[in-house]
Design a protein around this ligand. Structure first.
Ligand code: IVH
Length: 748
């Protein structure tokens, strides 16, 4: 090879080696195996040996090596640098605790809980108070001597302070980069146009492996210590004692810990730590639980890898970083179009996440999310994960902003935006996406609980035009349902007669479901389960709801509240007006308040408002008992709309008349006892419970003992069972007084 060629090849090798070592140390990934890396490095070493002038001082042969070619001399440990066994579930901690109790045959010990710092394990040896070596964990018996790099960590003392300096003290801990320093480093790299670090832990690891300590120094590492290796001339009674004495020797001890008397306290310390996790200036990936008293450590001993007196409880990742592949639009049950981030699949809290909600355009704008962005996703409770934020430092400039759709992605009709709403909507009530989702909601357990209507069945029913609105399912005959094809193009698969029969039975039961469940099932916006129950509590049946002066009154009351605020002569804008104008406003306000008082009183009687409490409350000030202004307004508009009117008509012709809970003198529309289940609770005055039961049965009804979904009425007598009444209210079962029961029995 000519010198020119050799120079070219050496340059190419250096670039390649640098790239792979960056991937390895800073991004924790590998494109080639260690062996392939060694071959590249060896070729460069040979070339540079043949042409020494080709070797620049910063050549990778001078600086880095693969694991096998470590440039650092070894350090041997007399006491191995152990790892910890892991617990991912609380049960594992319970087992750990039980094992310790049985091994020690004693309950006379305590635990200490510390953060599990997400950094790089290091060991630092002091002799007569001088730092002599700093080293990595290596294979637990032999580590790399990285003393010069360790010395660049400002918080690690080179000389110990205090008056009890021991002969030998090996302390073990974790070197790391704090969260804010890491952010600064990344910002710096961005300014210089350099490739970014992947995360604090890999950056810390990469920094400690630099042959030039100036590089390590520039990374501003920190360290905390929590364990010991070889010691001489010093003894620690407990882990707690160790942490305290480290501090007095000027060695930074792990900064947060809790002493715990038992497993219960351990569990709450773990919860507490998780709670403060985000506020800690360093990354942690769990909690370490240790038996505090050292006298028990030797008794409990160690396995080859880890002590049996300690365990690491790893927090499930509730946040994860991934990439947005695309942003799609999803049409919800009420027609709201929600942008959804389609993600590179990522593990989060035990499941693989592929999609995350982005809520709406405002949300996307606020977070600045674009297609191809690296994002942090978060799981909050049980809901679908949401995109928390963009990792700005990982932008390449090729990210594409999201554009809102102008047409519904499902049915192609133009999208609309309602006044004062951020969401886009498809207003086509016959949009298949809405029909499928409405049907599934209608049949869901909280709705009418019609078993068998899952995603595929609902889709097929809508596709085949057998169902356009959920009520249409009552027109389906058992045998035609049985033939519903659930297969795909290549293979037919029929629903089958068994399933069809069960579905039809569930539909028959649904016909007599209480009003609250019907209201919820209809999928009216703002009508969740609790609003539905409140409406059913105050109305007799659907016809009453559709024609409700209570709901109209509520809508009016809340309108009056806003109006009264607008004309308030003492409001910020109105104080600028002339005295004459303000006088008129005052008059107007008094009129509004009079009306509010009137409406408020009647709605308080109806049970949907109650007088506001507190010393500043005025006689016209009321608060809702659960039905808010939006819900009241939506229900009223729903039953005024074409869809609502047609639903009422269809229900009438199907003889479906769900009953509410309101005890009124207006005749209850459908009180047929035939086939209905009545539960009696408490004592009756005019007859015994046995007699009442007999009469119910004589009318074709059944008497149930416990309240369930299938209960039609509950009759509450003297001292009723609280449990039964509460269950009835939760399930929306109609309550009858003894008097009403008698009326109902008389009508049979
Ligand atoms: S105690 C014999 N305590 O986690 C003592 N380790 O996965 C064993 N770590 O190797 C270690 N924070 O590098 C201990 N508070 C803490 C820790 C901790 C982080 C690291 C350490 C260990 C690894 C085990």
């Amino acid at each position: 090879m000519k010198r020119g060629q050799a120079a070219q090849r050496a340059d190419a090798l250096r670039a390649e080696i640098e790239r792979h070592s960056r991937l390895y140390y800073e991004e924790a990934t590998q494109e080639i195996s260690d062996r392939e890396f060694d071959i590249l490095l060896q070729e460069l070493v040979d070339l540079e040996a043949r042409y020494p002038s080709l070797a620049p001082p910063n050549s990778p042969t001078q600086r880095v090596g693969g694991k096998a070619l470590s440039q650092f001399p070894p350090v041997y440990y007399t006491i191995p640098m152990l790892s910890l066994s892991n617990a991912y579930e609380r049960q594992t901690l319970t087992d750990f605790d039980a094992r310790i109790r049985s091994d020690l045959k004693s309950d006379d010990f305590t635990y200490i809980v510390e953060p599990k710092i997400d950094g790089v394990g290091i060991s630092v040896r002091y002799e007569h108070g001088h730092l002599v070596t700093g080293s990595t964990r290596g294979d637990s018996l032999k580590g790399d001597n990285i003393t010069e790099n360790i010395k660049t960590i400002a918080s690690i003392p080179i000389e110990l302070r205090g008056d009890a300096v021991p002969e030998v003290l090996e302390v073990r801990g974790e070197a790391f980069i704090s969260k804010n320093i890491f952010e600064r480093l990344v910002a710096q790299q961005k300014r210089k146009g350099e490739e970014r670090f992947a995360n604090p832990r890999n950056t810390a690891a990469g920094s400690l492996k630099q042959l030039d300590p100036r590089i390590a120094a520039s990374r501003h590492l920190a360290a905390f210590f929590y364990a010991t290796g070889e010691t001489s001339g010093i003894e620690f009674q407990s882990e707690h004692d160790l942490l305290e004495r480290l501090d007095s020797l000027s060695i930074p001890a792990v900064p947060w810990h809790r002493k715990c008397a038992n497993l219960e306290e351990v569990n709450s310390a773990i919860d507490e730590l998780q709670f403060v996790r985000d506020d800690l200036p360093f990354e942690i990936d769990g909690a370490v639980v240790k038996v505090d008293e050292r006298r028990y450590h030797s008794l409990l001993s160690t396995t080859a890898k880890s002590p049996r007196w300690a365990i690491a409880f790893k927090y499930q990742a509730e946040r994860a970083e991934t990439v947005v592949r695309s942003i799609t639009d999803q049409v919800g049950r009420t027609g709201v179009i929600t942008p959804v981030a389609e993600l590179e699949p990522v593990q989060l809290a035990g499941s693989v996440i592929r999609r995350a909600t982005l809520h709406n355009l405002q949300d996307i704008d606020r977070k600045g999310v674009r297609v191809h962005d690296h994002v942090i996703i978060e799981k909050a409770g049980e809901v679908i994960p949401a995109v928390l934020k963009v990792v700005g430092s990982r932008r390449s400039g090729l990210e594409k902003p999201y554009t809102q759709p102008s047409e519904c992605p499902e049915c192609g009709s133009a999208v609309i935006q309602r006044e004062n709403e951020v969401a886009l909507r498809c207003d086509n009530l016959l949009c298949p996406a809405q029909a499928v989702r409405l049907l599934r909601h209608f049949a869901s357990r909280g709705g009418l609980d019609i078993e068998g209507i899952g995603e595929v069945v609902a889709e097929r029913l809508v596709e085949n035009a057998q169902v356009r609105t959920p009520i249409d399912i009552f027109d389906l005959a058992e045998d035609s349902l049985a033939k519903l094809d659930l297969g795909d193009k290549s293979k037919k698969r029929e629903l089958g007669i068994e399933t069809a029969r069960r579905m039809c039975q569930a539909m028959a039961r649904a016909k007599s479901a209480p009003l609250s469940r019907w209201l919820f099932a209809l999928g009216i916006e703002h009508v969740g389960k609790s609003v539905a129950i409140r409406i059913a509590d105050t109305h007799t049946n659907l016809a009453h709801v559709a024609d409700s002066s209570i709901l109209r009154g509520l809508a009016e009351y809340f309108d009056l509240v806003s109006e009264s605020q607008l004309v308030n002569p003492r409001s910020k804008t109105n104080t600028k007006k002339t005295p004459d104008e303000r006088m008129k406003l005052q008059q107007k306000q008094t009129e509004i308040q009079d009306r509010m008082r009137l409406v408020g009183e009647s709605l308080t009687k109806a049970g949907v408002l109650r007088p506001k409490a507190g010393e500043h409350a005025q006689p016209w000030d009321c608060v809702t008992t659960g039905i808010g202004p939006d819900a009241a307004q939506r229900v009223v508009s729903f039953f005024e709309s074409e869809v609502g009117i047609s639903i009422l008509e269809r229900l009438r012709s199907l003889q479906i008349d769900p009953l509410g809970n309101k005890a009124t003198d207006t005749p209850i529309a459908d009180t047929a006892l035939k086939g209905r289940v009545v539960v009696l609770t408490g004592g009756l005055e005019s007859m015994t419970r046995e007699k009442a039961g007999e009469r119910i049965r004589a009318s074709g009804g059944k008497v149930g003992s416990g309240v369930s979904r299938n209960t039609s009425f509950i009759v509450t007598g003297n001292k009723p069972s609280d449990i039964k009444v509460a269950a009835a209210r939760r399930l929306g079962v109609k309550e009858l007084t003894e008097e009403q029961l008698i009326k109902v029995l008389e009508r049979q």
